[in-house]
Design a protein around this ligand. Structure first.
Ligand code: NOJ
Length: 918
């Protein structure tokens, strides 16, 4: 089977055989086919023409809570009527200033009628923020003492102004024609409802529809869905979308809102489709498009020299976003099918700070097991235990390091999760322990759909913990096992049951981890390849309100189950999820889903991964080689050369493709890929340090150029080159066929070719042509950094645990460089109890030195064996050099290479300060 969805099944094989990778887009709605998207776009167009405004704050309702610094008020929606006076709808509003530099506001609806449905709660779903925020009640938020609220006599004036003296942030709330303006350093940054697109489709019955519309509204698909695959949607609450516009003043770019197969800098959507966030199974999604894919993080960033803003739209329903670049400003229009308006705005000096603040609220990415940032070898499917062990030994024979081997769907007994196909995997524990001998791990797939009529699904149905249909019965649909039910992980009972199954499934295992696939959820016979929106979740709310969140609840249940299962070993868990939402970074890694073996998908993988990185979800990759289709050798080589930079690095292939494990490649491709894999492993210390940085401050692992050079406007649209962590490694992988050279944009500074230490200096940023033969990845070290490597070849990361490190020093034009190394046991949570090593290296005045920031005795024996330093004009190193540590001095030999010196056999102990004067 080629396609991952029922409706598309008939179309995809043809496309696949003709070699054209493409998703059948007719399966997904366009904005004009989506009732609420179409209605809001029309509303926006009409209101721009009429200049109407139906939303104002009632002065008498305004309250200011001194303790919490929260403003509450009622926004009144006033619908003019020819008879009986205006209809007034009350929309409770709140406004908070968080941590001095974030502004949160919410708009809800007071719903008086509660007889719309027996099955559902009437209130608008308002708990997305509870999932999104680590501290939803802001108990840990700093409410600054320096807040001043101007205009306490609200009733006299048209606005309220709140000012934070410390951060110089001013929020002005306009009452008569509702709007919110935020100034930083007296500079207007953002306006909410600048263009009057605020639209809350309040509750009404079908019979009352006519009296409830303002003149600019249209009625399209308010109470039924005319889209062919969604016509059974009962839309019990009728139209209930929320929408508003957010204008970024003097900003000419927006980024983020993953996941879309598009450029990093988001496009102007006027005259085209808006970006859509709606988690869906989109086999061979269309590259360079705004279509939704498997995950959504409704977080957007905008940047200009010296100042950056962010928007977090905390709504988990189907959402569309229009973008319009003006001459000075950027206008955005956010449209969600249901739920409330719940938005946090961020104001900082740089985009890095915005992401940092965003993850401070939404959660930092987990520090994963060190092994999981090694290479993952996956395929749909490795057929049996012998197959697995053969791949394992072939990788060894080819001297190709790897850490994880994966079992896709077919390892199960008839697609029943928590079982193993008896003939193929008669003794999973013995297989796992054989892999463990090489320091290796295994991942198996467990999806949220459960085949009907077997122990696990019976349990769930009996416990009432499956997702329900609109009649309140267990929902049945089609997925891999045929007829299936879906676990409702919004229920804590369902989560507990899940954890219980894991206890027995992997009893005795030490190196087994889990892949959660198809959790958008994918429903083969469902509308738009997913679950009907009128399904009902625990808590009596519709799937419509939480669609984009569902996948996260599922992978979190798996994460918790694994943590519980491995509690005695104190082990960190590794979970891969296909579907994600804001907050997923706390527990899971992800990948960009079903791409195909062609150059377009390789190219687009970079901006896709960068977008997720800036949205706080850095542990992400793309299927190396392309999931469907058979990559030609050149493409596979280039994909490995790109994949080694993905934070999550996995080769994967569709069941109908030819085998393509890297050891099967012909020479010289095989050797080239081997070198790439070795490079990834050599750089694990630097990468792991970047993962640690992400864990403590949420910053990206793979960085867009503008995240490192936020004041350099030349780099704002670059998305085919990137920096690794904050370590000065600048890479531009080759993603085009038949290429032997490329041009790279270098910001001003000094650079070293990573491979040969050829150095050059640029006083202003410029494009430079560089060689890129098939065996070359353009990698440069930016002057100012010291990176850490481990150069000894081992079969897996675990076997590197005691290896010494190599330092590579790349001085800037002033002869200065600095770097950090973080290290821990890579497996347990002991690092949270202080068992880790953090060391800082500096190169200044021709002296290299190491300073210990934190040291746990466990790592006392780790050492530096080698230091590489480029030849600087005023540097002349002899054949030996003095190393000083702990009041001792000894000589190390120096190798005089072409462009560098290599100080060898240094025997420096990482746990104590040291110096080498050159
Ligand atoms: C869809 C996933 O995207 C793909 O990676 C996997 O191989 C198949 N499901 C089968 O489980």
């Amino acid at each position: 089977m080629i396609g991952c969805h029922w409706l598309g099944f008939l179309f995809l094989p043809l496309l696949y055989l003709s070699g054209t990778a493409a998703f059948d887009e007719s399966l997904l709605k366009k904005c004009a086919q989506s009732g609420f998207c179409h209605r809001n776009r029309e509303y926006a167009k009409n209101i721009s023409e009429t200049g109407g405004s139906y939303y104002s704050i009632e002065r008498g309702s305004v309250r200011y809570d001194d303790d919490r610094h929260t403003v509450t008020a009622d926004i009144l929606k006033r619908i003019p009527r020819s008879e009986g006076g205006d209809k007034i709808v009350v929309l409770p509003f709140t406004l908070d200033l968080l941590n001095g530099s974030q502004v949160r506001f919410t708009i809800d609806e007071k719903r008086e009628v509660d007889d719309f449905s027996d099955m559902l709660t009437t209130y608008r779903y308002n708990e997305t923020s509870t999932w999104c925020l680590v501290d939803p009640d802001h108990l840990g938020v700093k409410h600054s003492d320096s807040l001043r609220i101007k205009n306490p006599s609200f009733w006299n004036k048209d606005y309220i102004s709140i000012y934070d003296v410390q951060t110089d942030l001013r929020v002005v709330l306009q009452l008569a024609h509702f709007s919110l303006k935020v100034y930083r350093h007296e500079n207007l940054q953002v306006t909410i409802n600048d263009r009057s697109f605020l639209n809350v489709e309040h509750l009404r019955s079908k019979d009352e529809q006519e009296q409830n519309l303002v003149p600019e509204e249209v009625k399209f698909d308010s109470f039924y869905d005319s889209f062919a695959y969604a016509s059974t949607d009962s839309l019990p609450f009728g139209p209930e979308s929320v929408a508003l516009d957010i204008t970024f003043h003097n900003y000419q770019n927006v980024y983020g809102i993953p996941e879309h197969p598009d450029h990093l800098k988001l496009r102007d959507t006027s005259g085209g489709e808006p970006y859509r966030m709606f988690n869906a199974d989109v086999f061979e999604y269309t590259v360079n498009s705004v279509m939704p894919t498997y995950g959504s993080i409704p977080f957007m960033v905008s940047n200009r020299p010296g100042s950056s803003v962010g928007v977090f739209w905390m709504n988990s329903a189907d959402t569309w976003i229009d973008i319009k670049y003006g001459e000075l400003d950027t206008g955005t229009h956010w449209i969600s099918e249901t739920g409330i308006v719940d938005v946090i705005l961020f104001f900082e000096d740089s985009p890095l700070k915005v992401t940092e603040s965003f993850t401070n609220l939404s959660g930092r990415p987990a520090l994963p097991p060190l092994s999981s940032i090694g290479y993952h070898q996956c395929r749909w499917n490795y057929n049996d235990a012998t197959d697995v062990l053969t791949v394992n030994s072939e990788m060894d024979k080819a001297q190709m390091p790897y850490d994880f081997i994966w079992l896709d769907l077919e390892y199960t007994d008839n697609k029943k999760y928590f079982t193993w196909k008896p003939d193929a995997f008669p003794n999973p524990l013995s297989l796992l322990s054989k892999l463990a001998q090489f320091g290796r791990n295994m991942v198996v797939l467990i999806d949220p759909h459960l085949k009907v009529n077997y122990e696990i699904s019976d349990h769930y149905e009996e416990a009432g913990s499956t997702i329900k249909n609109k009649h309140g019965d267990s929902f049945h649909g089609q997925c891999w096992p045929g007829e299936s039910v879906w676990i409702d992980t919004f229920s804590s009972k369902a989560q507990k049951l899940w954890a219980g199954f894991f206890q027995t499934f992997i009893e005795g295992a030490k190196n087994l981890f889990i892949w959660n696939d198809m959790n958008e959820p994918s429903v083969f016979d469902g509308p738009e390849t997913t679950a009907p929106k009128d399904l009902i979740h625990y808590g009596n709310f519709e799937h419509r309100s939480v669609h984009n969140l569902y996948g996260r609840t599922f992978h979190e249940a798996t994460y918790k189950a694994l943590i519980e299962r491995y509690v005695h070993e104190d082990k960190r868990a590794f979970v891969l999820t296909r579907s994600f939402f804001a907050g997923s970074q706390r527990t899971a890694a992800s990948w960009t889903g079903d791409n195909a073996a062609n150059w377009d998908y390789l190219k687009i993988s970079i901006p896709m991964i960068l977008s997720s990185n800036i949205a706080g979800m850095p542990f992400i990759g793309a299927d190396v080689g392309g999931f469907s289709g058979d990559p030609q050798t050149e493409l596979l080589v280039r994909w490995y050369q790109t994949g080694i930079w993905y934070p999550f690095f996995r080769g994967h292939a569709h069941i109908e493709t030819k085998r393509r494990e890297p050891y099967l490649l012909p020479e010289p491709a095989k050797s080239i890929v081997r070198e790439s894999l070795k490079l990834r492993y050599a750089l694990l210390p630097t990468l792991y340090t970047a993962f640690h940085d992400a864990n403590v401050s949420g910053i990206p692992i793979m960085n867009p150029m503008f995240y490192v050079k936020p004041n350099l406007e030349d780099v704002y649209s670059i998305d085919d080159q990137f920096y690794v962590g904050q370590h000065g490694i600048l890479v531009k992988p080759i993603t085009t066929k038949n290429v032997t050279k490329t041009t790279i944009y270098f910001p001003p500074g000094k650079y070293y070719n990573y491979h040969n230490f050829d150095a050059f200096t640029l006083s202003s940023g410029d494009y430079v042509s560089v060689k890129a033969e098939l065996d070359e990845i353009p990698i440069f070290l930016e002057g100012g950094h010291i990176i850490t490597r481990r150069d000894r070849f081992r079969r897996s990361s675990k076997l590197m645990a005691n290896d010494p490190f190599t330092l590579v020093v790349a001085p800037d034009i002033d002869g200065y460089a600095q770097g950090t190394l973080y290290y821990d046991d890579g497996e347990t949570f002991a690092y949270q109890r202080g068992e880790y090593l953090k060391v800082e290296f500096t190169f200044k005045d021709f002296k290299i030195s190491g300073k210990v920031i934190h040291m746990s005795s466990k790592f006392a024996n780790l050492s530096i064996e080698r230091i590489v330093i480029p030849k600087l004009s005023s540097l002349n190193i002899k054949e030996t050099i003095n190393v000083e540590q702990n009041n001792k001095k000894w000589m190390s030999s120096v190798k005089n290479a072409e462009n560098s010196y290599v100080i060898q056999n240094t025997q420096i102990n990482l746990g104590y300060p040291w110096t080498i004067q050159l």
